[in-house]
Design a protein around this ligand. Structure first.
Ligand code: SF4
Ligand code: SF4
Ligand code: SF4
Length: 1001
């Protein structure tokens, strides 16, 4: 990480704005200006917005502060400085993990104190320039606040004292003069910024200070330092306080209630940190001192919460928690303290702020408000514009105290508001298994995450435009069960959606259902069977989702297909087992008619003991898609014979329209989707008083979809967690109590027996522990099995018998409908290829409005159940640039290339601006790290030699000479125009950077 000189910065900002319409990647459309005339008053100054970056990654470098200011920050809390600085400060890398709630292992600035100071002064000047040049405000409407730590001795050291004095008045510093002179000699670059404006820049950079102390700092020390700032330095003083003031019990219970039960606290901090009563007494004394000196005293709430590193989220043993899991804690502490002071307390607030709650916090009289985690996520700094605009109407001059009653309500709401609860995000990482390519990396993660790679951004956009027929024709291109998957798909796509890092996934499945409801019947009515293009015939055994998918894909591409099944009706599990409250008869009918409309032939009610060799006599290909219906086994010491299999129960339940008899108390053993279906069905059976799901781990580790678990909970199903059934006797299910142990190979925490026994009332036990594949039937037909009893297959699902395939649950045990369709697609593609028949899986190109897509960046929005949901889709395969959004240092840049690539947008990484925080690696959807894997621009040969990144350093721009590390990691010298030295793509990027982006070289 290398600071940029003021001279270079000025030229960069001016040129980027003129040539690209952005500054450090922040689009002009996101520049914020408060035109309402509203303001807040702080320390006697007017601020156009009470929001800003919290001391941290977003206020370390000049460009970070500029980005924050442009998007709406007017209270800039500069990154903390302390005596220990630069290379002497041990900061492990990566240091930020903001996948959901945030964590970090960084603390004060990584620069030398002098360099940090220079960054802040440069930013001070640059903000004045931009304010005038961009006509954002007539007068200074922003404020800097310095943050200093950690003990009085360090604070009094000459280095830190010089820093504080320089902030109180910068006029005699070297950097002040350098900035002034640079501006004076570059006045020709500006239109609205004048020489008078330079003279009008106040050398008083910070009239206020925030004291940051380390965990365990004695209360007397905190008070001494605060008194020092007030009495000796004449500074308005905020004292940063920790969530540990709430006590371990409260913190633990709050986190557990919100679903963050996996967060491991470090108990000793609660004992050794400042205690609440001491804190209150100290604040009372400090407020008296402040009043005497006519200075404001307040608290900064809160610091991050120290927690244990258990899963290698970051290096080390302890990390600091922030973000949405911190909100309820910080706001609770605010309330507790405000009550002590009867509302007469200045609170500078930070802790889990985002677009959804910022107005509510401000409304109770708290402010200024700072944040970090939210702007480390996709949208980045551009999220600030939306927040600043949202609160504009609430700015009412001076802060006049806190409304305690309102604040108390906010504390209650914090625990119920979905935006703070863990369950809002149903997955951890969104990452795909694809390797991050050096060029052309943008993808739609939903499409890649979908087993049948549906063209999601395309059909979501068309549904948004109410072009249902077009949308449906795209859906049906890849999906043979649109109505069923539009209703009950386990939507792998939604677990990869970029919006998960904003708020919630786009309601992709719902958008599909809208298209289905408007267009499927019409599509069926106008469908005709395709012409037969081959004399070869295909037999498909099993009319479930896999068999029907294979049939439809093959038939519509010209093959003759016959589907056989032992049942009288097609669609297997969906038709016979999945309850009607989950999938209606009409939706199944739609999909069946769709298959029939393509000309697929059916033979139903067949003998279940099929013979592959017999079929091979009449058919050229045989596809076995018989599902996995064999009941799963549970080991009970006693009473196993009295249990009911979940699939049999559900089949019976559906056939009898729920008219079954189960007794009063029913236990369902298992934690998958079948268990949820069974439990919800049981709940509807008359006479049942209690329905319990018995599972040996906790809900968090159940294999069922979060959505299914949520529905079960909402319907009143009791979850008996950490119980392992051991016997069923005399109407009781006897279970051993378990506890969670270490993570096992599946990544879930394993159940560990405790030896304690308990029993549950159970008139009926339903076992839902995973159905099995009928291996005997397969091996009896000559199909080889692997060691787990599954058929051996290649990537196209072909078995050990040539021309014989397996598809769906029979391949690897119970999976999902969409995975069954994926198998059908793979089989169909393989057969079509062998028969030299073209397949119709074509990709539609979406015409997009780039400007509209950029406008969506940084805008948080809850899902909408309807066509308008399309606005929430980012069309990620056209514009991704998440690495650009989330970089606090603006070290990833998009460059525009005219030709030579699939996309005109390519990503460049600027080595000199990167501090290897790792944030871009968290959010890039590929398996990779943009800061290591993308073309890297170095600012010096030394940095080039120190790195292994592929990329280049310009040695002589006039002559076009550079050092390049190519895609194979080989370093070589290259002069523009030379052929065959570097790849065409690398040469193209280098030329583009030199010609159009020289300001960043
Ligand atoms: S935002 Fe749209 S394109 Fe991106 S992953 Fe989500 S649905 Fe797909
Ligand atoms: S490029 Fe990535 S690793 Fe480097 S500073 Fe930016 S976000 Fe952090
Ligand atoms: S995050 Fe960046 S590097 Fe990763 S796919 Fe998106 S644009 Fe490419």
């Amino acid at each position: 990480m290398r600071p940029i000189s003021f001279e270079k910065m000025i030229s960069w900002v001016v040129r980027e704005l003129k040539e690209k319409g952005s500054i450090f990647g922040i689009q002009k459309t996101k520049f914020y200006s408060n035109n309402s005339g509203n303001y807040v008053e702080l320390f006697g100054e007017k601020l156009a917005s009470p929001v800003g970056p919290a001391a941290g990654p977003n206020s370390q470098l000049t460009q970070n502060i500029v980005a924050a200011y442009l998007t709406g920050c007017r209270f800039i809390e500069l990154k903390t400085i302390q005596k220990l600085d630069g290379e002497d400060l041990p900061v492990s890398k990566p240091c930020i993990f903001a996948q959901d709630e945030g964590y970090n292992v960084e603390w004060s600035t990584e620069l030398r104190v002098q360099d940090a100071y220079n960054e802040y002064v440069k930013a001070w000047f640059l903000l004045h320039v931009l304010m005038k040049e961009l006509k954002l405000s007539e007068k200074r409407d922003f404020m800097f606040n310095m943050s200093v730590g950690y003990d009085l001795e360090g604070i009094k050291s000459p280095k830190i004292d010089a820093y504080i004095e320089g902030m109180r008045n910068a006029s005699n510093t070297e950097i002040w003069n350098e900035c002034r002179e640079t501006l004076i000699s570059n006045m020709h670059l500006f239109t609205h910024f004048t020489k008078e404006d330079i003279d009008g820049i106040s050398p008083v950079i910070c009239p206020s200070i925030t004291l940051s102390t380390l965990h365990g700092c004695p209360p007397q020390e905190i008070e001494r330092i605060s008194n020092y700032f007030l009495k000796e330095k004449n500074l308005h003083t905020f004292v940063k306080m920790n969530p540990t003031l709430l006590g371990e019990k409260f913190v633990r219970e709050t986190l557990d209630m919100m679903g963050y039960d996996y967060i491991a606290l470090n108990g000793h901090h609660f004992i050794h940190d400042l205690q609440f009563s001491d804190g209150v007494a100290m604040l009372e004394r400090l407020k008296t001192v402040g009043k005497e000196l006519n200075l404001e005293v307040g608290v900064k709430l809160t610091n991050t919460l120290p927690v244990k590193i258990l899963n290698q989220e970051l290096p080390g043993e302890e990390m600091y928690m922030s973000g949405r899991s911190l909100y309820a804690l910080s706001i609770s502490l605010a309330s507790k303290l405000a009550k002590e002071f009867n509302g007469d307390l200045n609170i500078s607030y930070s802790g889990g702020i985002d677009f959804f709650n910022i107005d509510k916090v401000l409304d109770v009289g708290i402010g200024p408000i700072t944040f970090a985690t939210t702007i480390l996520k996709p949208g980045g700094y551009e999220r600030i514009t939306q927040m600043a605009k949202k609160v504009e109407g609430q700015l009412k001059g001076e802060f006049t105290g806190i409304d305690i009653a309102k604040l108390e309500m906010l504390v209650k709401d914090a625990l119920a508001d979905k935006h703070h609860l863990k369950e809002l995000r149903p997955v951890n990482s969104r990452k795909l298994s694809s390797k991050l390519p050096i060029f052309d990396c943008a993808i739609a993660p939903c499409t890649i995450g979908c087993p049948i790679n549906q063209q999601i951004p395309q059909y979501v956009a068309l549904v948004g435009e109410e072009k249902y027929d077009e949308a449906f024709s795209i859906i049906v291109n890849d999906n043979t069960s649109p109505a069923i998957t539009g209703s009950i798909c386990d939507h792998h796509c939604q677990y990869k959606c970029t919006r998960l890092d904003y708020d919630e996934s786009v309601l992709i499945r719902h958008m599909k259902k809208i298209a289905v409801l408007y267009a499927q019947d019409k599509y069926i009515a106008s469908s005709k069977p395709a012409k037969v293009r081959s004399h070869k015939k295909v037999a498909i055994v099993g009319a479930g989702a896999a068999g029907l998918a294979t049939a439809m894909f093959l038939r519509r591409n010209g093959m003759e297909v016959t589907v056989m099944d032992k049942k009288e009706k097609p669609y297997g599990i969906v038709e016979y087992v999945i309850p009607e409250f989950r999938i209606s008869k009409d939706m199944i009918r739609k999909d069946l008619e769709l298959v029939k409309s393509q000309g697929v032939e059916f033979k139903l009610g067949m003998d279940e003991n099929f013979s592959v060799s017999e079929l091979k006599k009449n058919y050229d290909y045989v596809v076995v898609a018989i599902g996995a219906w064999k009941p799963g086994q549970i080991s009970l010491k006693e009473g196993r014979e009295k249990t009911i299999n979940a699939i049999s129960f559900l089949e019976n339940y559906k056939a009898r329209n729920g008219e079954v008899s189960l007794g009063k108390h029913v236990c369902i053993i298992g934690g998958g989707n079948v268990a949820m279906d069974a439990a919800r069905a049981v709940k509807r059976v008359s006479g049942v008083e209690s329905t319990s799901i018995v599972y040996r781990r906790t809900k968090q580790f159940m294999p069922a979809d979060q959505e299914e678990i949520k529905l079960a909970l909402e319907e009143g199903i009791i979850f008996k967690e950490l119980l392992s059934p051991s016997a069923y006797t005399h109407g009781k299910l006897v279970c051993e109590e378990m506890m969670l142990g270490k993570r096992d190979a599946s990544g879930r925490r394993s159940p560990v027996p405790t030896g304690n026994m308990t029993s549950l009332n159970a008139d009926t036990i339903i076992v839902a522990v995973g159905e099995q594949v009928d291996g005997e039937l397969l091996s009896g037909n000559g199909i080889e099995l692997d060691s787990k009893g599954f058929p051996k297959t290649n990537a196209a699902c072909e078995t050990s018998i040539p021309g014989v395939y397996v598809a769906g649950d029979v391949k690897k045990g119970p999976a999902s409908i969409v995975k069954a369709i994926a198998d059908g697609k793979a089989v169909a593609k393989d057969i079509l290829e062998r028969e030299s028949l073209s397949a119709d899986f074509e990709k539609r190109v979406l015409i997009i409005d780039e400007e509209a897509l950029y406008d969506k960046k940084g805008i948080l929005k809850d899902p909408i159940c309807g066509e308008k949901e399309a606005i929430r889709c980012f069309s990620c395969e056209n514009i991704c640039e998440l690495c650009v959004d989330v970089c606090p240092n603006r070290a990833n840049i998009v460059i525009y290339v005219e030709e030579g690539f699939d996309s005109t947008h390519q990503i460049i990484h600027l080595d000199g601006m990167c501090n290897e925080c790792g944030n871009c690696g968290i959010f890039c959807p590929h398996d990779g790290n943009p800061y290591k894997d993308k073309v890297t621009v170095f600012w010096s040969k030394e940095d080039f030699n120190d790195s292994t990144n592929k990329g280049f350093v310009v040695v002589d721009i006039e002559k076009g000479i550079c050092m390049v590390r190519n895609e194979d990691g080989v370093a070589l010298e290259y002069t523009i125009g030379q052929e065959d030295i570097v790849s065409k793509e690398m040469a193209n990027v280098i030329v583009n950077c030199m010609n159009k982006y020289s300001y960043m070289l």
